[in-house]
Design a protein around this ligand. Structure first.
Ligand code: PLP
Length: 455
């Protein structure tokens, strides 16, 4: 440890303190041009040691301007996101506290969300990996022979089918690609006009597949979709999956944390029938990226899908979780620690207050849009996301989004709904105030008018 370690920590602490006090001084969207940072850095690593001061100065001068500030109060583009012991939690033995704290804190979160006791939580880095892992477990359950014999060249294997909607996050399709299911076997079930999966259509898709000797493997229902935060109705969907014996995976990556609010929890009704569920504390629970929790009903199926204990990994303990058994990766970070800190530091009550505040701000913003002539809200907005557009073509809406983002004051994203471009404001930063949202709305109106003036 360097002699001036304490001084270095103070320097970092001061910087972080300053950042939290005044993140608004930074342009939320980085102004760097492609290649700009790379051109300022040496092409080779230094041979000799450099001073902390020098490195930290470069961090401020070169790196910070290349940051798009996900932790900025006016970061409205995507769901917001908010390290000293070098722990590897691959085996219980390699850090018992890490393994056991993981069991404990995923249990804490499950109870906050009123999940059934029999769901076991496992922490991964992202929902993409959680989803991939759930698909692998579903595949293991429906076709256990794949573990030994693979899928290639097998006439005895029916195509395995995965059911999603056009609103499902892309990681499920990616998982299907990676697992050899193939995109052609990912079925997009039609949605209703509120962007939610139609259970009757799901049933029809599954029946059709069974009749054609294809094998239904997994239905992915989403609670809180990325574009609009719509939720697929779990109760009737679970009826269909139970009837056909198909794995039900629920993606609540974004909306999951909000189900700790009693008034929001009904969107998870039916989750007691799910085989797996993903929640991302790094999206809307103020935990720094990355931390995603996958809850599974049958840990053993996950073990059967993934466990492969090399001689050099054998340990004598029984009755412990060796987390390497439940996923692709061996080495794993001690992510439970930050969830533990966040849950303890804030406490559930304050977290509920913050989440309610975000939802209220989104509702208020939607009200402003609805009352403004020429603007419309284009999707239900039960949570902290509002999709809206100006009455005009896609190009005009895109121009407004670009102009507003170009100010550096706020950052919004766009999406496509019913074939039309929509602007999308997602509130999730813990320091976002009403004034920040008002500023976004003022800029949107100003830039919409600028176009009219130019004609
Ligand atoms: N699922 C939903 C509903 C999402 O909104 C997102 C990202 O926004 C993801 C999954 C992917 O999350 P991750 O980045 O943790 O893989």
């Amino acid at each position: 440890m360097p002699d001036d370690f304490r001084k270095q920590l103070d320097r970092v602490a001061d910087w972080i303190d300053g950042y939290y006090r005044d993140a608004r001084r930074y342009p939320v969207l980085s102004r760097y041009k492609p290649g700009e940072l790379a051109s300022k850095l040496p092409v080779q690593a230094p041979e000799g040691a450099e001073s902390f001061e020098q490195i930290f100065e470069d961090f401020e001068r070169l790196i910070v301007p290349g940051i798009t500030h996900w932790n900025h109060p006016r970061f409205f583009a995507y769901f917001a996101i908010s390290a000293t012991l070098d722990v590897n939690a691959m085996l219980w033995r390699t850090s018992p506290s890490a393994t056991e704290l993981e069991d404990v804190v995923t249990g804490w979160l499950a109870r906050l969300m009123q999940l059934p006791d029999r769901l076991h939580g496992i922490i991964y880095d992202t929902a993409s990996i959680s989803g991939f892992t759930a698909l692998a477990a579903a595949r293991q359950r429906v076709e256990p022979s794949i573990r030994e014999r693979g899928m290639a060249g097998r006439a005895d294997l029916a195509p395995l089918r995965v059911y999603i909607t056009e609103q499902t996050h892309s990681h499920i399709e990616k998982g299907a690609i990676a697992l050899g299911i193939g995109r052609d076997n990912v079925v997009k079930v039609p949605c209703d006009e509120r962007f939610a999966m139609r259970p009757d259509a799901l049933d029809a898709c599954i029946r059709e597949d069974i009749a054609a000797e294809r094998k239904p493997m997994c239905v992915c229902a989403t609670v809180g979709t990325t574009s609009t935060t719509s939720s697929d109705p779990l109760v009737p969907i679970a009826e269909v999956t139970r009837r056909h014996g198909v794995w039900l995976h629920v993606d609540a990556a974004y909306a999951g944390p909000a189900t700790i609010l009693p008034e929001v929890r009904p969107i998870l009704d039916g989750v007691e029938h799910a085989d797996s569920l993903v929640v991302n504390p790094h999206k809307w629970l103020f935990v720094p990226i990355d931390l995603s929790v996958l809850y599974v009903r049958d840990l053993d199926v996950l073990r059967r899908a993934f466990s492969l204990v090399a001689d050099y990994l054998y340990t004598p303990e029984t009755d412990v979780h060796n987390y390497m058994d439940f996923g692709l990766q061996l080495g794993r970070r001690f992510r439970a620690l930050k969830l533990w800190f966040v849950l303890r530091y804030y406490g559930a009550e304050a977290i509920r207050k913050k989440l309610r505040g975000h939802i209220a701000l989104a509702q208020e913003f939607a009200g402003w849009v609805e009352r403004e002539p020429g603007w419309e809200v284009v999707a239900p907005h039960p949570l902290s996301v509002v999709c809206f557009r100006i009455d005009g073509d896609d190009a005009e809406n895109q121009r407004i989004a670009d102009a507003v983002n170009g100010t550096g004051e706020v950052f919004l994203s766009t999406t496509r709904l019913h074939g039309k471009l929509a602007l999308r404001l997602a509130i999730g930063n813990e320091r976002t105030t009403r004034a920040d949202v008002e500023l976004a709305w003022r800029l949107l109106r100003e830039h919409a008018k600028a176009k009219v003036g130019a004609h």
